[in-house]
Design a protein around this ligand. Structure first.
Ligand SMILES: [Zn+2]
Ligand SMILES: [Zn+2]
Length: 355
């Protein structure tokens, strides 16, 4: 193997620098993964914009797939299917296994949680070293480029799981970005009727493709409008949806969730904001609402990939843009452009085929 490799460093706000860096050394319990594809998300955009808790410079990239180039099982037993050349998705989450949440099995909210590509160097590099426990073999028939959706899929599936969906109930999904759309798909898979809302008609059209029975376009006026309220009511047995997934991270949308939820409903807040919502101190107790946060996932990449593999047509619709590694800066600029209707952007690394 070559001794150096190309890496993209976000050195300061909106500035990428490519350098030839040393290929990491293989150590016991780890694999070297040659990165094929990296998807970008809103978190990446915040990091690139230096509007995130992590320090720059940083090698970004946390949603990625590649092939195992070298592996050293160390004291661990050789794991099924992991070998040189195996196509893998990688869980970027790093947790301590020792703190209270980890001990309780809630390692997704580990007190010293980290994430490759968010708080430590990630996958916008030709080769990365990762612990063997973070590797997930891709379903055989799944194009690697689509499998980059496994990581955001795991976030959406965690939000759905936190909502403990019940077959036959009606859920409202607020926000039809990738997380809202994937949550819609996973809810529909569990027999839930989904009503989706967003500002963008294009995203609402996608939400219907992902299985939403109805869509509500939010705008400048009151939300929902009188007409939309009738539509919402017609899908809900109780006076409102019994499950709400808030996937915009906009404080006013969380307020809408509390207002629109049926008595006894569960609200899952997966969208993140540094803002503050004004919540009714009346509605939460009067309706006995369960408000639940959702963060990262409990190792759900394999489960998300299983569903996405059966819905490759939808996965293809979600991946709207592709860029070569050298065009990384252009890819970020494109995410900023609202006229581009960006779903997911996938970066094709030098080893990855564009297919
Ligand atoms: Zn992400
Ligand atoms: Zn921990």
């Amino acid at each position: 193997m070559e001794k150096t490799m190309l890496r993209a460093h976000t050195v300061k706000r909106r500035t990428i620098e490519f350098t030839q860096d040393a290929v990491p050394q293989l150590i016991p319990g780890h694999a070297l993964v040659r990165v094929h594809h990296v998807a970008l998300c809103g978190t990446d955009l915040h990091i690139w914009d230096d509007d995130y808790a992590s320090e720059l410079p940083l090698v970004q990239g946390h949603e990625f797939v590649g092939r195992i180039e070298a592996i050293n099982f160390g004291t661990a037993a050789a794991a099924d299917g992991l070998d040189i050349g195996t196509a893998v998705a990688v869980s970027p989450m790093v947790y301590c296994n020792e703190c209270g949440p980890c001990q309780a099995g809630r390692f997704n909210v580990c007190e010293s949680i980290s994430c490759l590509g968010c708080y430590e160097d990630g996958a916008l590099a030709e080769v990365v070293r990762v612990p063997i426990s973070k590797l997930h073999v891709l379903p055989e028939s799944m194009p690697p480029r689509l499998a980059t959706l496994g990581e955001p899929g795991s976030i959406a599936m965690q939000a759905v799981n936190r909502g403990t969906p019940v077959e036959g109930e009606t859920a409202l999904v607020l926000g039809c970005g990738p997380i809202g759309l994937l949550a819609t798909l996973f809810l529909v898979e569990r027999g839930v009727k989904v009503i989706a809302s967003d500002l963008s008609p294009a995203r609402l059209e996608l939400a219907r493709a992902f299985g939403a029975v109805a869509t509500l376009q939010a705008g400048n006026g009151p939300f929902p409008s009188a007409e939309q309220q009738l539509e919402l009511d017609s899908w809900c047995q109780l006076s409102g949806p019994t499950l709400v997934i808030e996937a915009t991270g906009v404080p006013a949308s969380f307020e809408n969730a509390v207002r629109l939820a049926a008595p006894t409903a569960r609200i899952v807040q997966v969208g993140i904001s540094t803002g503050t919502a004004a919540l009714s101190m009346r509605e939460v107790p009067f309706k006995e609402l369960d408000i639940r946060g959702s963060r990262n996932s409990l190792n759900l990449i394999p489960a998300a990939l299983e569903v996405l593999n059966r819905h490759q047509d939808l996965a293809y619709q979600l991946v709207t843009h592709g860029f070569e590694f050298e065009q990384l800066g252009e890819a970020f600029e494109t995410m900023l452009d609202p006229t581009q209707n960006v779903g997911k952007i996938v970066i094709n690394m030098p080893a990855g085929s564009p297919a």
